[in-house]
Design a protein around this ligand. Structure first.
Ligand code: NAP
Length: 418
């Protein structure tokens, strides 16, 4: 494939697939990177510096391929999401991006959502764990060690919605009232209408990914988080299809909570993953009140958005929380935070979320030694109280560093730990 406006690095190799969707990374992979909008110009290069050092310390080398989306793409290509970018992310399989701005109310639709759909990155994965030294609003942040799997392509995020006052919404309103018989359900006057599709296919592949992850990483449970008591045919179906996967596809490796109580008095077999479910509003309490009892959470898109942010708040918030969008044989790592335009280009914000997103990328490449080094080096830097403004304002005696200085301090620690 040729690229119009970006260069493929002259050295380095592609990450390939081994088996159906297992990634096999060489020691010199080509990795596309989108720095992103706003503070992406700060956190993108900072993360690159740390990930390069981690590769170097473990005898490897990353060959970066800069690609563009959002504002930087508009400058070069005159469009938000050029074909060069999606093609590079598709071809090289493992990539990382910073935040992209989405205008509220009007303007173009989310580029993040477009990328996830275009590349069929159907699972948004966020490992949420506490780093020592990071201030938290809860008493025992170290109890937080959950991995959220949020379905990324369906639900009310599918973009099937009609604006109030348009002919299209009037047609949908009439169909709902006249054809479907919900004639006194929608109040008179202007109305916006959206559709919430949850499919068996979309649910099952997401739940399968979550269970596979739990088995591979020695996790104890997978919790299906839904609002099926109210939205029976969408969120309730998510729960039912999730249990179907658990019961039909894993043999003795997976056991449902009901079976556990019926047959084993609540005692799980060794190494088995227990699958249970919780209603979403209850789950938002449970992550605060019974933090250490949950492990992997699998959720439809909207629940996943809320619950993963609530988990992130317990470990220090947006400057810290990493994530990745994952499909079959493809990973696009990205921090949870947005582009925070008011801080753009000030070399001020915390690059930890972007660095730790890179750590997830390294894990998917099978570079667990490098991934662990990244985590340990970030943690040591924060324990030493060398931190960016967001942490410094919450702790006593911290040394306030710029984004680039923090990244340099992490690299120093990483080299010492290697
Ligand atoms: P945001 O960009 O995440 O920023 C909200 C606040 O969070 C900032 O003002 C700052 O708080 C804190 N923060 C975020 N990142 C930080 C970092 N790296 N270090 C320290 N503090 C950080 O959220 P937003 O203002 O709602 O969204 C701005 C734009 O980003 C929107 O266009 C939105 O659509 C987009 N967005 C993109 C993504 C994505 O690309 N995946 C995700 C979310 C939002 P203080 O000012 O209190 O210090």
């Amino acid at each position: 494939m040729g690229y119009d406006n970006v260069e493929v690095p002259s050295a380095g190799q592609r990450v390939e697939l081994s088996g159906e969707d297992e990634l096999a990374a060489p020691d010199d992979p080509i990795v596309p990177i989108i720095h992103g909008d706003g503070i992406g110009v700060d956190v993108g290069p900072a993360a690159q510096t740390v990930l390069e050092a981690a590769a170097d310390a473990t005898g490897r080398e990353i060959h970066w391929m800069r690609v563009y989306a959002g504002e930087s793409a508009r400058e070069t290509y005159g469009e938000n999401l050029p074909a060069d970018t999606t093609e590079a992310l598709r071809e090289f399989k493992v990539s990382i991006k910073g935040p992209l701005t989405t205008p509220v109310g009007a303007g173009f639709r989310s580029l993040n959502v477009a990328l996830r759909k275009e590349l069929d990155l159907y699972a948004n994965i966020r490992p949420t764990y506490h780093l020592e030294g990071v201030p938290s609003p809860v008493k025992r942040p170290e109890q937080m060690d959950m991995v959220t799997f949020r379905e990324n392509t369906e639900d009310v995020y599918a973009g099937i919605e009609w604006e109030a006052g348009t002919e299209a919404v009037r047609e949908v309103e009439a169909f709902v009232a006249e054809e479907m018989g919900f004639d006194d359900t929608i109040h008179d006057g202007p109305v916006g209408i959206g559709v919430k599709p949850i499919t068996e296919f979309g649910t099952k592949r997401l739940v399968r990914k979550a269970i596979d992850y739990a088995l591979e990483h020695g996790r104890d449970s997978v919790t299906l988080v839904h609002k099926g008591n109210i939205m029976k045919f969408t969120e309730g179906a998510f729960r039912d299809w999730g249990y179907e996967v658990a019961e039909a596809e894993y043999g003795e490796e997976v056991i449902t909570e009901d079976t556990l109580w019926e047959e084993r008095d609540g005692e799980p077999p060794d190494d088995a993953v227990v699958v249970n479910d919780r209603i979403a509003d209850n789950m938002l309490q449970q992550i605060l009140t019974r933090t250490d009892q949950y492990d992997v959470l699998a959720m439809p898109n909207l629940n996943g958005d809320y619950v993963s942010d609530a988990c992130g708040a317990q470990i220090g918030g947006l400057g810290i929380a990493p994530g990745a969008n994952v499909g079959d044989g493809r990973v696009l790592a990205e921090p949870v935070h947005g582009s925070a335009p008011k801080y753009a280009g000030q070399d001020k914000v915390n690059p930890t979320a972007m660095i730790l997103s890179g750590r997830i990328m390294l894990e998917f490449m099978g570079w667990t030694d490098a991934a662990d080094l990244v985590r340990d080096a970030v943690e040591r830097t924060i324990v030493d109280r060398k931190v960016t403004y967001d942490i410094e304002r919450q702790i006593e005696g911290g040394e306030k560093l710029a984004t680039s200085e923090f990244a340099a301090a992490v690299v120093d620690n990483l080299r010492e730990l290697a």
